[in-house]
Write a protein that binds this ligand. Structure first.
Ligand code: SDX
Length: 444
């Protein structure tokens, strides 16, 4: 197909451009290079097809920016993670999950009054419609909690018709607050349902993590006092999982939102994507792997299997698309694992010792060093969550609970852009060329 004339935006003062040249025809086109606040600049190729008649191909988006965003910055080589310019280390140490949620949603750390009002709004949205309790009855008790969460979160859109107008900023804000507030309630209900215990209602006198823990571990038969150390560890884990740039589940939420789907449906799509063992499902797989390894004398055999291309075994909790250095969240969780286990009086935790030994051996192994496969956020989180009393099947639900803040903040940012266009990637067609239909009696 002959390339069309060059209509790329030729800004008079285009400071920096990238030139693509077709070596066959000698034609060349210039595209603007756009710089961000930090990280790699981008080549704006929005007019590539109309100018060159070519698509680009980047199947798992290793080099493709899908949007501009002000929320989160990751530097994979330096192991940096920032939310709105604040480092994850400082936020984990000095902030609370709701303060980080406010920061991601609105762009700045809240004033005292802003945090008070935001906390009040979230607190007063924690209850779910009483009919939602009936949804759970339809699931088997042994259903995977993520299967239930996919269902009940999407079903929220059947109840909150007063906040489904995605073009109304006020309704977008109410939906965002409702989702942040109700995820802990639904997650706790999912857990209670799986163990056959009655649902606990949220309490307005408790903080976000405290409230979640009492809904999980309290029972109507007696008062429940949340251990402040557990609540503190839960807050940290929520903060560390809040947002992470354009990962698979966040990209799923943005793509769903680009079709103007309602926010509850978009978050449900994020939950389904997060469930995969390569993504948020890895935390559950890490513990399964540690139990499969069983003892440090077996580590070399499993390291060998992880390197064997013919063996599907992977070292779960290791490697990351972006981090080619230590995942800063894993650093914080590693320290927190020791702290939480010590505070809980669990001084000898064979799983943690095995994890530390596995990490040490893997990080001395050429295969892992060459591929820069460091422990990621999922490597230590499961050990802490189990120590807090959660079954492995709930680990990804907790990830989804925390990541709802990131998902809905990214969705809000997208909806606030001047134009919303449906995301619609193209492809390289490699199927059969056109061919005539074969009637049944002529087929083999
Ligand atoms: C999360 O994107 C995000 O930000 C995600 C996340 C978030 O907060 O949203 O950070 C959360 O999902 C963390 C990742 C959790 N997943 C796991 O721990 C599962 C195990 N890790 C791998 O599946 C893998 O490392 C990924 C999926 C995390 C990253 O995959 P990539 O970037 O596509 O890397 P790759 O598969 O191309 O691997 C590159 C090489 C390959 O070897 P070669 O072909 O070069 O010889 O490294 C090898 C892979 O075989 N490799 C591993 C490995 N991970 C990669 N080998 C053994 N064990 C592993 N865990």
């Amino acid at each position: 197909m002959p390339a069309k004339k060059n209509t790329a935006p030729q800004k008079e003062t285009a400071e920096k451009t990238f030139t693509f040249t077709n070596d066959q025809t000698g034609e060349s086109w210039q595209f603007p290079i756009v710089d961000g606040t930090a990280g790699p600049s981008v080549i704006d190729i929005r007019t590539l097809y109309e100018n060159t008649g070519h698509f680009t191909l980047d199947p798992s988006f290793t080099a493709t920016g899908s949007c501009k965003s002000r929320l989160t910055f990751i530097d994979g080589d330096e192991g940096i993670l920032m939310h709105r310019g604040y480092s994850i280390e400082e936020l984990t140490e000095k902030s609370t999950f709701l303060e980080v949620a406010y920061l991601l949603l609105y762009g700045d750390l809240p004033s005292k009054n802003e945090l008070h009002d935001f906390t009040k709004s979230i607190t007063y949205h924690t209850m779910v419609h009483e009919q939602i309790h009936l949804f759970f009855r339809g699931f088997r008790r042994d259903a995977h909690p993520m299967a239930i969460m996919c269902g009940v979160v999407g079903a929220l859109s059947a109840f909150y018709h007063d906040s489904l107008d995605i073009w109304d900023p006020k309704q977008r804000e109410i939906s965002a607050h409702r989702l942040i507030a109700k995820m802990p309630t639904l997650a706790a209900m999912t857990y209670k349902y799986s163990i056959g215990q009655p649902f606990m209602y949220p309490r307005n006198d408790l903080g976000y993590a405290e409230n979640f823990l009492q809904m999980c571990f309290g029972v109507p038969a007696e008062p429940y006092k949340v251990n402040p150390l557990h609540a503190n560890a839960m807050e940290k884990i929520f903060i560390l999982h809040a947002d992470h740039e354009q990962n698979a589940s966040t990209s799923t939420v943005r793509l769903a939102g680009s079709s103007q789907a309602n926010p509850f449906a978009c978050i449900a799509s994020g939950i389904t994507s997060l469930w995969g063992p390569s993504h948020g499902g890895a935390n559950q797989e890490v513990l399964k792997m540690l139990e499969q390894i069983g003892h440090k004398k077996n580590i070399p055999e499993f390291i060998k299997r992880a390197k064997d291309k013919d063996d599907p075994f992977r070292l779960m909790g290791f490697g990351h698309r972006v981090y080619k250095n230590y995942d800063p969240r894993a650093q914080v969780l590693r320290a927190s694992a020791h702290e939480v286990l010590h505070d809980l009086g669990i001084n000898d935790n064979p799983l943690l010792e095995l994890a530390m030994e596995l990490e040490k051996i893997a990080l001395e192994d050429k295969y892992f060093v060459d591929r820069k496969l460091f422990p990621n956020v999922d490597f230590y989180s499961g050990i802490i969550l189990r120590a807090l009393g959660f079954p492995d099947t709930m680990f990804t639900v907790l990830f989804a609970l925390a990541r709802t803040v990131g998902w809905i903040s990214q969705w809000k940012e997208m909806m606030e852009e001047p134009t919303l266009r449906i995301g619609r990637p193209r492809q390289l067609y490699t199927g059969p060329a056109e061919r005539p239909y074969i009637p049944m009696n002529k087929r083999k």
